[in-house]
Design a protein around this ligand. Structure first.
Ligand code: TMP
Length: 241
C-alpha cells in the first residue's frame, strides 16, 4: 500500500489517501483538544498510544462481528483503514452518568443508572456538536430511521464487547462515543473512528482513577502515563492469540 497525499487534517489525526481509492491511512497526532477546541495541548507519545489502543479494540470488534473501518496497524502511529463517507453523528453509549450528562441532569458523576443510555450528537463545530434525536437526524438527511436503528444496535453491541474487554483489564467502561460512515467500496455502514481513551471514559475498577481524556480536560496529571497503562493492560490480555 502506497501512502499518498494528506486529504484531511483534524485536530488529533491526519488522513492520507493511498494507491487504492477505497483505502486510507489514519495517522494519530500527539495533540489533545477539548471543549470544542478551546483547550489544546501536545503530549509527546500520545499518538502512538492511541494508535496502539485503537488498533487492539477495533480489531477485536472486527473479529467479533462488528464491522469497523480498521484493516491493520501499519506503523507506530498509523492504521490502514477502509475509506468511508462520513456521517456527522456521534452515538454515545453511557453505562454510568458522567461528564456532560451529569451536568445536564444534575446527577452526581458516577451515578450508576439501571439502564444503558444512548445520546446522539450532531457533529458540527459551528453548532458545538448539539444533542439531537433520531427525528432531527432524519430531517437533516444524515441517515434513515433504519440506519439509525442499526447504528444504535451496533453501538450497544460494541459497548458490551468493549465493556467485557476492559473489565478483563481491570477497567470500567463508563461511556463510549462511536461514529459511523458508509464504506466507499460497498456502501456498508461501519464504525469509522478511533476507540481510545480520547473517546471513552475509563475508570480503574480498584481505585476509580480516571485513565482517559478527562485527565486532560480536568487538568489532572499523568495523561500519557495513564494512556500507556491502558495500552499495557490491554496488551497483557493477549486478545489476538
Ligand atoms: P460527554 O460526557 O462530554 O458528553 O462525553 C461522552 C463521551 O464522549 C466521553 O467518553 C467522551 C466522548 N467524547 C468524544 O469522544 N468527543 C467529544 O467531542 C466529546 C464532547 C465527548
Amino acid at each position: 500500500m502506497v501512502k499518498n497525499e494528506l486529504i484531511f487534517e483534524g485536530n488529533e489525526k491526519q488522513v492520507f489517501s493511498t494507491d487504492n481509492p477505497d483505502r486510507v491511512i489514519f495517522r494519530y497526532k500527539d495533540i489533545s483538544v477539548a471543549y470544542n477546541n478551546i483547550k489544546r495541548a501536545r503530549f509527546i507519545g500520545k499518538g502512538i498510544l492511541d494508535n496502539g489502543i485503537s488498533s487492539i479494540l477495533l480489531a477485536y470488534l472486527n473479529r467479533n462481528g462488528i464491522k469497523t473501518h480498521f484493516i491493520e496497524k501499519v506503523s507506530d502511529d498509523e492504521q490502514l483503514c477502509r475509506r468511508i463517507e462520513i456521517i456527522p453523528l456521534e452515538v454515545i453509549v453511557r453505562n454510568r452518568v458522567a461528564g456532560s450528562l451529569a451536568t445536564r441532569l444534575g446527577v452526581e458523576e458516577g451515578f450508576r443508572q439501571g439502564n444503558t443510555i444512548i445520546d446522539l450528537r450532531y457533529n458540527n463545530d459551528e453548532l458545538e456538536d448539539p444533542l439531537i434525536n433520531e427525528h432531527h437526524a432524519v430531517a437533516l438527511g444524515l441517515a434513515s430511521y433504519e440506519e439509525l436503528q442499526f447504528m444504535v444496535a451496533e453501538a450497544r453491541r460494541a459497548n458490551e464487547l468493549l465493556s467485557d474487554v476492559f473489565h478483563r483489564a481491570g477497567i470500567e467502561l463508563v461511556d463510549v462515543k462511536i461514529e459511523f460512515g458508509r464504506a466507499t467500496d460497498n456502501g456498508e455502514l461501519i464504525i469509522s473512528d478511533e476507540i481510545s481513551p480520547d473517546t471513552c471514559r475509563l475508570w480503574d475498577e480498584k481505585d476509580g482513577r480516571r485513565l482517559d481524556k478527562d485527565r486532560f480536560r480536568l487538568d489532572l496529571s499523568d495523561v500519557v502515563a495513564s494512556y500507556r497503562e491502558v495500552l499495557e493492560r490491554l496488551q497483557n490480555l493477549n486478545l489476538e492469540s
